[in-house]
Design a protein around this ligand. Structure first.
Ligand code: ATP
Ligand code: MG
Length: 238
């Protein structure tokens, strides 16, 4: 599965690590082979290795998945896909840095760069794409671009997930309903309910925490439910 959205900051990395954590915590246990890798793998292809910096900070006992950082090197992910021990691979991708503005409709707009080649490789083996969108309109055009120009031409099934719904500021869900209507007008499949915006998520990267490990509180439970829901919906799409 690939988490993809042209726009930066919509929540791709947050969704990748936390859905991997939820899937990892729900994985089937087997003592058959102690040396086997974890059934869930989170992967990152950006050259900065964001995912590695995040996961390396998590206590080993608290990390219910393996992680791989390719820094856009080709050949690594297709190898993991072939491994029968690995049940699910969730790949974090960077925003598109190098879109070709003159690409014809139907032509690949990802441009020519190391990252674009890495993205193409992931898309070739992907069974499902997760596209985050926010109630703020700032990500809507890029959500549509990602779906219409990158995913649909390749025939990759996709699932839109609303991230950063603010339950305090958008109490009456006006903003939320607007983005839901926008998605539904386009007949894009979406996760029924949004991932809520909570401050605890903002510090997860530097603190090396996952939603499955947040210190127990009402907010932590809500936060975990949000990502558990996304992980379950993803499973249903496969
Ligand atoms: N549900 C949420 N609640 C609060 N903060 C969030 C939430 N989702 C993401 N964030 C924060 O928003 C910022 C952007 O999120 P993230 O890094 O996951 O996006 P991204 O799509 O991976 O960005 P990029 O394209 O730059 O890699 C981060 O600081 C993250 O902590
Ligand atoms: Mg990211």
């Amino acid at each position: 599965m690939v988490v993809i959205q042209q726009k930066g900051g919509a929540g791709k990395s947050t969704i990748t690590v936390n859905t991997a954590a939820c899937a990892g915590r729900s994985a089937v246990l087997s003592n058959a082979d102690e040396s086997a890798g974890a059934p869930i793998v989170a992967a990152g292809i950006d050259v900065q290795g964001t995912l590695e910096k995040w996961c390396a900070g998590v206590r080993e006992e608290a990390l219910p998945f393996d992680y791989v950082v390719t820094k856009s090197k080709l050949g690594i992910l297709p190898g993991i896909v072939e491994d029968p021990e690995r049940r699910r691979i969730i790949v974090d991708t960077p925003g598109f840095l190098d879109v070709d503005p003159d690409a014809e409709w139907g032509a690949d707009p990802l441009g020519d760069s190391r990252t674009a080649d890495a993205l193409r490789e992931v898309l070739e083996v992907a069974d499902l794409a997760i596209v985050p969108i926010t109630p703020s309109k700032i990500t809507w055009d890029e959500c549509e671009f990602t779906i219409e120009r990158v995913l649909k031409p390749r025939g990759i099934p996709f699932l839109v997930v609303i991230n950063m719904h603010d339950p305090g500021k958008d109490k009456h869900e006006k903003q939320l309903n607007k983005v839901k209507a926008w998605i539904d007008e386009r007949n894009y499949p979406r996760v029924a309910d949004p991932i809520r915006r909570y401050t605890i998520h903002e510090h997860a990267y530097e603190n090396g925490t996952l939603v499955t490990e947040y210190k127990m509180s009402g907010t932590a439970l809500n936060a975990r439910e949000d990502f558990m829901r996304v992980a379950l919906t993803m499973e249903q799409m496969l």
